[in-house]
Design a protein around this ligand. Sequence first.
Ligand code: A2P
Length: 336
Amino acid sequence: QKYNVAVLGATGLVGRQIIETLADRKFPVDQLFLLASSRSAGEDIKFRGETIEVLDVEGFDFSQAHIGLFSAGGSVSEKYAPIAADAGCIVIDNTSHFRNDFEIPLVVPEVNASGLADFRNRNIIANPNCSTIQMMLALKPIYDAYGIDRINVSTYQAVSGAGKEAVDELAKQTANLMNARPMDNKVFPKQIAFNVIPQIDSFEDNGYTREEMKMVNETHKILGDTTIAVNPTCVRVPVFFGHSESINIETRMPYDFEHVKQLLKDAPGVELIDDEGDYPTAVSDASGNDTVYIGRLRADISHPHGLNMWVVSDNTRKGAATNSIQIAEELIANYM
Ligand code: A2P
């Protein structure tokens, strides 16, 4: 059995990664429709050696597609996801637009695949935020074994999370600054080259950013537990690909350190790199592959139930494209 797949946002960073990952994972694609705005309609993109022309999403007949992978921004999904869903195309949406809707499942396949069944409510499934996905993979085995009272997390997020213009901005600023030329910033609120910015997305009334509140709300929804206290600070760093996170948790029950280590060694989708002073980094380990790497695992000297870890993952892959395609794989294996 093969499926017709539509990729909306096909010319973007995540869209291009989706196209590559569909081929790499040998997803059973029959026809592939590549959709974007009128700006890039007519461009050619290669898939499995074949050249496919990008179409304008405006006017596209979604009844031709079984599955739609959307990553063209929240307002684009707001408009086109219901149109596609009504036409019988099951939408897997990478934007934040539908994530908090109680009718719409929010899924990390290794963590809450069973939640997928609810896709029938609206024919839409939401893919979580990149920072939430990697944190969930690292914390789920510990949550299941000991419970978690509180999560304190600081992120170090790559510019690719903000799209291709953001990647270009870091590259241009870096080149300009190294050549003593003036630089300007359009995508980021401050200079990102050789700098660190403690703001991702806009501010909410409580002083947290929207990105930070995504980590709070999505953690509650994915684990099905609103009692976990989540306190995030999300920071943009001058890294092209790969998000890093410094995570401190307080478990509900006392934990056994060696057991936690074993749980993480056995957990799906993660790899522990923690021997002899070694640890993973975004660029040297995570970038370009689908694994979530964990290191710096250590008992918190300031709290009896505290535990620290460092978690890195490629935000455009497991944080976006790969997770969406894994959702599609679950869908065709169990529901279609
Ligand atoms: P386009 O190339 O036509 O602008 P990124 O996240 O890397 O910035 O990519 C955003 C993706 O979303 C691109 O593929 C872009 O297509 C697409 N996109 C942006 N706005 C729209 C829109 N209004 N309608 C359809 N696709 C859009």
